[in-house]
Design a protein around this ligand. Structure first.
Ligand code: NAI
Length: 334
C-alpha cells in the first residue's frame, strides 16, 4: 500500500462532484487519481477542476488505472451491487454511496464476494453517522444518559421541487424508503445497537407528484417499526417540505430524551415581531450534511490506511436495505 490511498471515483453527478472535491482537496491521506463518468461534460469538469486526475468513461476502464487502491462509487443505486462486486474482484477497497442495493438478495451477492476478501474494506455511505448531532445522541445513549431508549421518531424532508427531479430519479433510486428513509433506518439501528426487528408497517401518499405512481413510489412515506426488545420507531419521509431540507429525530428513554435538528435555521436568528416568529432562509442539504460527507471520507481513508475496520459494516447496510424493502412491500400490500 502506498503512503497515500490512491482513489478512483465513479459517478460525477449531483453528489459525485462533492465527493470528488473532498477527496481531491480536503481528505488527508487521500490521492484522487482517476474519475469516471459516461457523460463527456462531467469528464471535462473533472479535468478542469481536479488537479492531476485522469478521466475514464466507466468503471472497467478506470480499474485499469495504474496503482489504484480504492474505488469510490457515486453512481445510480441500481448499479451499486454489481459495481461493488467488480471493484472487489479487481482487488480494490470500495466506498459506495447508499443504499448498497435495491434488493436484499443483491446485498447477499456482495457479501458473499466480500467475505472471500477479508483484507479489502467495503463501506456504504451512511454519512449521518458522522454528523455531530447524531453522533452526540449516540454517545449519550451509549453512556446511559437517556436510560433505556423505548421510542425514536424520525423525519426527513426534501424541499418541494417544481422541476420534479425526484420523479426522474425515482426509477433507479428504489423509491422513497430505499432512497431517503434508509438513512433514518440505519440511524435507528445504530442508536438501538443493532436491535432485532419484529414488525414493519407502512403507508404513503402522492400528494404533489402523481407521476411517481408510474414506478409505485410516493412523495410522502410513513412507517412504523417495532423491535423484539419492545422499542418502537416511527418514520416520516417527504419530498414536499416548504421549510427547506430537514432531518429531525426525537429520542425518548426512561431517564431522558433529546431532539435533533428541528428546523435548524440557516442563520441562528429568529425574528419575532407582531406575534410572529420568522426564521431567515432555508437550510439546504449540503449546508446540513456537507461536513458529515467530509468526515465520512476521512474515516474511510483512515480505515484503509490502518487496515480497518470501517465505522459501519456491510451487514448493517444489508439490514437497512432489508427493512427499507419491507417498508416498500408493506406500502403495496397494506
Ligand atoms: P446523479 O444522477 O446526479 O449522478 C449519477 C452519476 O453516475 C452520473 O452523473 C454519472 O456520472 C454516473 N453514471 C451514470 N451511469 C453510469 C454508468 N453506467 N457507469 C458509470 N457511471 C455512471 O445521481 P446522484 O444524486 O449523484 O446520486 C448518486 C448516488 O448517490 C445514488 O446512489 C444516491 O442514492 C446517492 N446519494 C446519496 C446521498 C446521501 O445523502 N448520502 C444524497 C444524494 C445521492
Amino acid at each position: 500500500m502506498s503512503a497515500s490511498v490512491r482513489i478512483g471515483i465513479v459517478g460525477l453527478g449531483r453528489l459525485g462532484r462533492r465527493h470528488a472535491e473532498n477527496l481531491a482537496l480536503r481528505v488527508p491521506g487521500a490521492a484522487l487519481v482517476a474519475a469516471a463518468s459516461p457523460i463527456p461534460e462531467e469528464r471535462a469538469w473533472a479535468e478542469a477542476t481536479l488537479p492531476g486526475v485522469t478521466t475514464y468513461p466507466g468503471l472497467s476502464e478506470l480499474l485499469g488505472h495504474p496503482g489504484l487502491d480504492a474505488v469510490w462509487l457515486v453512481t445510480p443505486t441500481s448499479l451499486h451491487a454489481d459495481q461493488v462486486i467488480v471493484a472487489l474482484e479487481a482487488g480494490k477497497h470500495v466506498f459506495c454511496e447508499k443504499p448498497l442495493a435495491l434488493e436484499t438478495a443483491d446485498c447477499d451477492r456482495v457479501i458473499a464476494v466480500a467475505d472471500k476478501r477479508p483484507g479489502q474494506l467495503v463501506m456504504i455511505g451512511f454519512m449521518r453517522r458522522f454528523d455531530p448531532a447524531y453522533a452526540e445522541a449516540k454517545r449519550l445513549i451509549t453512556a446511559g444518559e437517556l436510560g433505556n431508549v423505548f421510542s425514536i421518531s424520525c423525519r426527513s424532508e426534501d424541499p418541494v421541487d417544481p422541476e420534479g427531479f425526484f420523479v426522474r430519479f425515482a426509477p433507479t433510486s428504489g423509491g422513497i424508503f430505499l432512497d431517503c428513509c434508509i438513512h433514518d433506518i440505519d440511524l435507528v439501528r445504530w442508536m438501538l445497537d443493532g436491535a432485532e426487528v419484529s414488525s414493519v408497517s407502512a403507508a404513503g401518499s402522492r400528494i404533489m407528484y402523481p407521476a411517481l405512481g408510474d414506478c409505485g413510489d410516493v412523495d410522502n412515506g410513513f412507517a412504523t417499526v417495532t423491535f423484539k426488545g419492545g422499542q418502537v420507531a416511527t418514520f416520516h419521509v417527504s419530498r414536499t417540505s416548504h421549510r427547506g431540507y430537514e432531518a429531525a429525530m426525537t429520542i425518548s428513554g426512561t431517564a431522558g430524551g433529546l431532539d435533533i435538528g428541528r428546523s435548524v435555521p440557516r442563520r441562528p436568528v429568529a425574528v419575532e415581531t407582531g406575534g410572529c416568529r420568522r426564521i431567515e432562509g432555508q437550510v439546504d442539504f449540503f449546508e446540513r450534511f456537507g461536513d458529515a460527507f467530509l468526515q465520512e471520507a476521512r474515516a474511510f481513508v483512515a480505515a484503509v490506511q490502518t487496515g480497518g475496520p470501517t465505522p459501519s459494516s456491510i451487514a448493517d447496510a444489508r439490514e437497512a436495505t432489508r427493512l427499507a424493502c419491507a417498508m416498500r412491500e408493506a406500502l403495496v400490500v397494506g
